[in-house]
Design a binder for this molecule. Sequence first.
Ligand code: AMP
Length: 220
Amino acid sequence: MQIVFLGPPGVGKGTQAKGVAAEQGVPHISSGDMLREAVSERTPTGLKGKTYMDSGKLVPDDVMIDLIADRIARPDCARGFVLDGFPRTLAQAEALASMLQAKGRPVSVVLYFDADEATIVERLSGRRLCRSCGAGYHVKFMPPKNGTTCDKCGGELYQRADDKAATIKERLQVYQKQTAALIQYYRDRGLLKQIPGGASVEQVGQKVREALGGVGARKV
Ligand code: AMP
């Protein structure tokens, strides 16, 4: 299946997307993770993307479309994939549709996660990541045992530059202005399934499984 995860930043898409990809045995493609890797490796894409990312703005469509087109052309995507964070604009959605049409494997379903703004801001501002293994924590909901180091590998925990209050506000505005239109776009195409993202990881996971059950989760 070709599954798209849609929703505002901080709604919990990433956590669920990883779980679904593991269950289905297909790659989890997070555009944000790919960009952060490109930034840390100082590739041309990373150098182009960094300023936009740090300020909470979207990286230009042409950069993103090339990045994702290359990724889904790899052999590990032949049986499907989970896209997390892409598309984020109508131009990206149209580009994705034509890439997949060319492969004869259109988008199977779009899971749209929603939560109220206060929940999103609380989730984003408390989020911490391990610099070594990438594990995610939350100062309130999933605190690391030792306070400042990773439970899994002992690595240093840090806060993403774009998870600071001013940038969170900008990211939410950008989502409303540029990404929210995709809800109607995919609804019009009969692909949208709405998932309430405000509950616990387990409860949201259950809803995700129910939603995917209806689109033939086994037919990857
Ligand atoms: P995320 O980890 O998904 O919150 O993405 C972090 C940042 O990467 C975003 O705030 C954007 O600057 C950039 N980004 C990720 N995915 C996209 C995309 N599909 N289009 C444009 N920018 C993106």
